[in-house]
Every structure is written in structure tokens, then in C-alpha cells.
Design a protein. Structure first.
Length: 229
């Protein structure tokens, strides 16, 4: 039974969402803010965290950042009622795997949660299983590990999925829509600019290891490709 942690300072909303997840077969724990959520995750790590953005003490974005530092592969969905475009950028920069704007349908939330759990349990393609080496990059999908110049790179599942797609066919140009189609097979509607955020985060992590690193090439008007080793 998958375990889910729901975080929101609105008790009425927590009750409704918790009931929907319990009816769908999830084991549910709830928390009223980010501080309580961190304590809950430390006690027993859930399979998925769904958190509101606007909360007292520690908000959803701050919670997401802390979770990413401690458990990079823990899936996180952010619920937001702020300006959609602003929140999307902030949510993705802080490492969220998905975001849903309020008001939302519990059916949509359940579908997104199920898709994230399926991908986390093996939804990343393992074509050509075993570690993949492309120049200084080593990507091991089975272990959910990435190394660059033999240094570990902490990645989220979204970043790992993007690396998987790009490195399977180095040199091939992928449009943003094509990358999304291969990364997300659940039919969810997501803005294509999420790809730009993933690329920016990956570049920043690789450049921290090698300042001259630039393996992901932007092809103006077309998309992205992984440079040939």
C-alpha cells in the first residue's frame, strides 16, 4: 500500500483529500505545515508528498527545498492558488515533480499521484539496462544514480528522466514537446517550458563539477540535444 503525506493548513481540505486517497487505497498521513511535515517524513518516509504552497512557519516551497536536499528522489506535488505562471517557475526551480493549481479535482490529483508513483517505481526507460557512459557522464537508471567526472550528481526524478531521453540518442535534437511525451506517459497537461527548467538545473549541477561543462546543446527554434562525446 503506497504511503502518502498530505500537507496543508486547511483542515477541511485535508479531510476531503485524505478521504479521496484512502478510498483509492493509499495509507495517508497529514500535516498542517512544513515543519510538521519534515518531522513526519523523518519518522517514516512516505512514497509521495503532496503539499500546499501557502502555509505558516515553513511553506511548501521551503519544504520542497528541504526534501530535495535530504531525499532527492522523493516525489513531490505542489498545490498552488497563486499566479499560475509565477508558481510554475518557482515550483520547478525548487525541485517539485509536478504542480496542480487550486481549485482542483481530486480525480486529477489522484491520477497525477498515481503516474508519479508508477514512474518512480520503474517508469524511467531502461532500454539498454546497466550503466550508460557518455564521455564524463555515467547514468545508472537501475540505481537512480548520475556521476559526472566520477563525482556524484544529485538529481530529481524529472531530471533523471530528461537525461535518460537525451542520452539514449546523443546528437539527436528533441523538441520540448517530444521530450515531454517521452518523459511523461500519463497524458497529463504540462507546460513545455518545464523542460527549460530541468535543463537549467542540470546545467547548473554539471557546471558545479566542471565549469566548462556544456553537454546539453540548445538548438535555437528546435529544442535540445546531448552533444556527442
Amino acid at each position: 500500500m503506497p504511503r502518502i503525506l498530505l500537507v496543508d493548513d486547511d483542515p477541511a481540505l485535508l479531510d476531503v483529500v485524505a478521504m479521496a486517497f484512502e478510498d483509492a487505497g493509499f495509507a495517508v498521513e497529514t500535516a498542517g505545515d512544513g515543519i510538521l511535515a519534515m518531522a513526519a517524513v523523518n519518522r517514516q518516509r512516505p512514497d509521495l508528498v503532496v503539499t500546499d504552497v501557502n502555509m505558516p512557519r515553513l511553506d511548501g516551497l521551503g519544504l520542497c527545498r528541504r526534501l530535495r536536499r535530504a531525499w532527492p528522489q522523493l516525489p513531490v506535488i505542489l498545490l498552488t492558488s497563486r499566479d499560475a505562471e509565477l508558481d510554475e517557475a518557482m515550483a520547478l526551480e525548487d525541485g517539485a515533480d509536478d504542480y496542480i493549481t487550486k481549485p482542483f479535482s481530486t480525480r486529477v490529483l489522484l491520477a497525477r499521484a498515481g503516474a508519479l508513483l508508477r514512474r518512480g517505481a520503474g517508469g524511467v526507460s531502461t532500454a539498454g539496462s546497466g550503466p550508460r557512459h557518455l564521455g564524463p557522464l555515467r547514468i545508472d537508471l537501475d540505481r537512480v544514480e548520475v556521476r559526472f567526472y566520477d563525482q556524484p550528481v544529485v538529481v530529481t526524478m524529472g531530471e533523471l528522466r530528461l537525461l535518460d531521453v537525451l542520452t539514449r540518442r546523443p546528437g539527436m535534437v528533441f523538441s520540448r514537446d517530444a521530450l515531454l511525451a517521452q518523459m511523461r506517459d500519463d497524458g497529463s497537461v504540462v507546460e513545455a517550458r518545464i523542460i527549460d527548467t530541468y535543463v537549467r538545473r542540470i546545467r547548473r549541477k554539471l557546471e558545479a563539477i566542471s565549469a566548462e561543462a556544456d553537454p546539453i546543446e540548445t538548438v535555437i527554434g528546435a529544442g535540445y540535444r546531448w552533444r556527442h562525446p
